[in-house]
Write a protein that binds this ligand. Structure first.
Ligand code: D41
Length: 673
């Protein structure tokens, strides 16, 4: 059957596109599409070539393992080719892989060795008589580049092996990668020194390893995990992949601490789900997990296709990056007046979530990345952070793309825009006269951890401000059920509920009240420290900068903001109005009780067997401590119960003190609860 002309043309077009993207990625280190889009192009080409084998040519991108090596480093011919890995994107594809493996071997069940798939670059390291003698990149799988001098600078890669029993001559294969923290530090540095920032840790690792001056590589925070072998005498191999990795470790070669042997495909899929959950708290980027038939004998029976082993597959996580178009840039006014540019995007799926806007952080960032309206951009959503624009694909810029200028006046109230003393930020000078700031202030005041006014949402606040029913937070307490019932989407019942919620919120604590006021830099924990220290609002309002700055955990900047806040006549008026409306808190007796956990920040993860999460939270708070939801460098303790989640990983990563349930109970007892 003749191949339709349209198919012929499409195949040619796919090849040309893929070749171009290979060049952008491998030679220029500057891709213009995301990995997921590249994978999709390759998958389409492979599918068409499978359907019409007569179209396959030796120079098709599907017929080679990677990209050509570049000229700068001496070429190294791999004695054992460095194959690539097949990808699976769905559970179904993984099940099909497992089925093929079992049918080929004629067995019921296979044990797989699983490990995270690090997003770095593959290298092969040769050890001779226990010494590192050569290291090479993967290149096109057959010929790589000699990067020995650079790999020698990676501190975790042993130059001499430990222990005993290693073969006289063998190769370790693994991934060189850059941990996220080091990547961010590196980018802050390159930014300050006016150098090019790296789009992601993978590019940073590749760029660092391919430095012509190893002194530069030595300053880069590179790390390495081994995941396999190249040259290796058959008779010295253990029975399984997992045992080989254990041996590597005993010789001082780092391997992933998350590697695991599982039974059958269901074990693989469970491993995948666990790793996907932990993905965001890992100290490095992982773009999936890899399953390998554990038994070497079985690996040998399965063998290889032209491209990849039949005994291994990479199960990819949803992509972190996608390309889309910037349709507009809006300016948001925050509670403290900071103007933040936000890109409105043509909606796109990123990592399993639809993304339609991305923060641009500040106008300096917009200028640095040269983001214009109409540009095609790569967006990225990693970890728990807000989506970001990584870079512009300048090649796709339409002629009428519009540059983004920082506004000279606040887009909401028209007040003059002033530069923040820090430099990068700009701020609306309208203060509480700016409706946007007023709205944000009211929203903050009503929020759950502040005055906790249930039912007072953003839409309602909009209406109250528009109709002039509320100008400041104190006006909330003068609203009547009749006024509320007349608003859109409100009936007599919800109006009455809101009045009751307002009434209930009047009874609060000094810490919550201070937090609700929205003083700059005074978050929940600082508010608690102030409440504990001063016991009353009056005492706090009398304190001067020096006294405040002496308090542990406060500092001079916060002290300045507190004093400035209480000097504003408008703020004093609002506070007075709030108290007249009946806002009150437990007085000083309780504040005077001892607070042995004052200022300490706790995070809970997992289930406690002796008490509920609420109970634990209350007991910590009664002792002056504070409970937050996410782990940061400021966290003092992470309490881990049964089945802890990713917060535990994060705590380990940041070196935060971890308490098990018994230790937590001991701490409470010691503190006198
Ligand atoms: O973490 C990785 N990126 C990783 C890559 C891994 N954990 N295991 C891998 N295993 C292999 C085989 C099965 C061929 C030994 C790999 C790769 N290959 C690989 N990385 C780049 C190309 C191939």
């Amino acid at each position: 059957m003749a191949v339709p002309e349209a198919i012929r043309r499409r195949v040619e077009q796919l090849r040309r596109e893929i070749e171009y993207h290979n060049y952008r990625y491998y030679v220029l280190d500057s891709p213009v599409i995301s990995d997921a889009e590249y994978d999709a192009l390759m998958a389409e080409l492979r599918r068409l070539e499978e359907q019409y084998p007569e179209l396959v040519t030796p120079d098709s991108p599907t017929q080679r393992v990677g990209a050509p090596p570049s000229e700068a480093f001496a070429p190294v011919r791999h004695e054992v080719p460095m194959l690539s890995l097949d990808n699976a994107f769905t559970d179904e594809e993984v099940r099909a892989f497992d089925r093929r493996v079992r049918e080929h071997l004629g067995v019921e069940r296979v044990d797989y060795s699983c490990e995270p798939k690090l997003d770095g670059l593959a290298i092969s390291i040769l050890y001779e008589n226990g010494r590192l003698t050569r290291a090479a990149t993967r290149g096109d799988g057959f010929t790589g580049e000699d990067v020995t001098a650079n790999v020698r600078t990676i501190r975790t890669v042993p130059l001499r092996l430990l222990g005993a029993g290693w073969p006289e001559r063998f190769e370790v294969r693994g991934e060189v990668f850059m941990p996220i923290e080091g990547f961010e530090r590196l980018n802050r540095w390159t930014l300050r020194h006016g150098e090019k920032v790296f789009a992601n840790p993978r590019n940073a690792a590749a760029g660092s390893l391919r430095q012509l001056d190893p002194k530069i590589t030595a300053q880069r925070p590179l790390d390495f995990y081994a995941y396999g072998h190249g040259v290796f005498p058959r008779e010295k191999l253990p029975d399984t992949h997992h045992e080989l990795l254990d041996r590597f470790l005993s010789w001082g070669i780092p391997v992933s601490p998350l590697r695991e042997v599982v039974q059958g495909v269901e074990g693989c899929l469970r491993y995948y789900r666990r790793m996907l959950e932990r993905r965001d708290s890992l100290p490095y980027e992982a773009d999936g997990v890899v399953y390998k038939v554990n038994r070497f004998q079985w690996q040998e029976r399965l063998g290889y296709t032209a491209r990849a082993p039949r005994w291994a597959v990479a199960h990819k996580f949803p992509a972190h990056e996608a390309t889309t178009v910037v349709e507009a840039v809006e300016v948001q006014v925050g509670r403290t007046g900071i103007l933040t540019p936000v890109a409105k995007l043509r909606p796109v799926q990123v990592g399993g979530v639809t993304v339609s806007s991305a923060t641009l952080h500040n106008f300096e960032e917009v200028k640095r990345k040269d983001i214009r309206v109409g540009d095609t951009v790569i967006v990225r959503r990693a970890g728990e952070v807000i989506p970001e624009v990584v870079k512009v694909i300048v090649e796709k810029r339409p002629p009428d793309a519009k540059p983004v200028e920082p506004p000279e006046r606040c887009p909401v109230c028209g007040a003059e825009v002033v530069a923040d003393p820090g430099g990068t930020l700009i701020r609306c000078s309208g203060g509480l006269y700016c409706p946007a700031q007023r709205k944000a202030a009211i929203k903050h005041f009503a929020s759950r951890r502040a005055m906790d006014i249930q039912g007072l949402g953003e839409k309602l606040i909009d209406q109250l401000l528009e109709k002039g029913l509320v100008r400041d937070v104190a006006d909330l307490y003068h609203l009547t059920a009749e006024q509320l019932a007349r608003l859109e989407r409100m009936g007599p019942k919800s109006a009455q509920n809101l009045i009751e919620a307002l009434e209930k919120s009047k009874h609060t604590t000094l810490a919550r009240f201070l937090y609700a006021l929205g003083i700059r830099e005074v978050g929940e924990v600082t508010a608690q420290i102030l409440a504990d220290r001063f016991g009353s609002l009056e005492r706090l309002m009398e304190a001067d900068e020096a006294e405040l700055a002496r308090i542990p955990g406060i500092g001079p900047v916060v002290a300045k903001h507190i004093v400035a806040f209480f000097r504003q006549p408008h703020n004093l008026e609002v506070i007075e109005k709030l108290r007249r409306a009946g806002v009150h808190w437990e007085a000083e007796e309780k504040a005077a009780a001892p607070k042995p956990l004052a200022g300490k920040r706790f995070v809970f993860t997992g289930t406690l067997s002796s008490m509920s999460r609420e109970e634990a939270k209350r007991r910590v708070e009664d002792l002056g401590g504070h409970v937050t939801n996410s782990v940061s460098k400021k966290t003092d303790y992470v309490v881990a119960g049964e089945n802890p989640g990713s917060k535990l990983d994060k705590a380990k990563q940041l070196g935060v003190k971890i308490l098990d349930e018994a230790e937590f109970l001991a701490l409470l007892r010691q503190a006198g609860a």
